[in-house]
Write a protein that binds this ligand. Sequence first.
Ligand code: MG
Length: 407
Amino acid sequence: MNSPSHLAVLGATGSVGKSTLDVARLHPDRIRTVALAGWRNTDRLLAISREFSPAGVCVAEEKATLFRSQVLGAGLNCRVLSGPTGLIELVQSEQVDTVVAGIAGAAGLSSTLAAVQAGKRVLIANKEPLVMCGELLRAEARAAKAVILPVDSEHNAVFQCLPEAHQTNLSRGDLGAVPTSDQSPISRITLTASGGPFIRTPAPDLKSVTIKEALAHPNWQMGPKITVDSATLMNKGLELIEACVFFDLPESQIDVVIHPQSVIHSLVHYVDGSVLAQMASPDMRIPLAHALAFPGRIRSGAPTLNLIEVSRLDFEEPDVARFPCLRLAREAARIGKGMPAVLNAANEVAVEAFLSGRLRFVDIPVLVEAVMERSDCPVINGLDDALGVDQNARHLAVEALKMRSVR
Ligand code: MG
């Protein structure tokens, strides 16, 4: 990285945003934070705006008036944008060359796609854009000469273990230049999963899981949606789909293993029997620093991995009977077309219902499966198709919740 990068951080007040700013803080000469997008946490957004003096900040529409007056009061010289159109304007800005896409859920889709279409270097930390319309995103990256880099720790790990030529081609969305499966040196990918807080919980006890228990992740500090997804293993399911799309492999060539220590973040198996793994402390600053500096390396501020302290690495088969979300995600990956988007939307509704006490933990996969069974899934050719499939699936999920037909 010779000239400094000019960064827009979407989801700046969330966990990915916090880790990104931690890395940026270490490298003021190489990383200039020129745009920030938060949503409702305007106090935090104001604090980081004071620190980084961005040229533009985007907030939720209902917070725009309040935030403008806070910005004025603080004597900051930054443009305040709002809502989904504000987000798009922010990423399209000529001042921005690198976008960290860290907005959770389908809400992050339009801005991520807009960043790719504007030819930016896009660090994808949210799963939904690749799950909902990965092929479209790749095609747009090729057309706009954008660079897409995975920041989800597992995908970043796989990416780091790939040959350099693969890395370059994949980051440009150029699958034509990636060898087909019979010529590829890569035979399989293994994604690791911590297993979440209920890895040892017997099936009958999962029925009475509380919100607090589901939000207590053993290894990672993350937002509530992804933490619940980690507890149901849907997070790994979404990551499986994400890996199929990003690395252009069928789900049959991607394994998931439970690895409770979260030290190996994923592995690539080569045809000669070699297996390359990426290891690191479970800390999002590491994949973010990798993607920010790629193809170089910079300090992340994360602690060095101490193998003696780690002492042992365990692996086991995931139990899809207790955690059916993983099975459902494989099915969605196999079906393809709009089914991954259906799975994602139904899951978002189900997790929200769980977090507000309207759905039991064990009924999250029941609701998702019910919606998948009731959905026909058209091919996704554009953003409107993706959003249409998303809306239909949400509608079906809300109806299923109302009818309590999932019980
Ligand atoms: Mg992950």
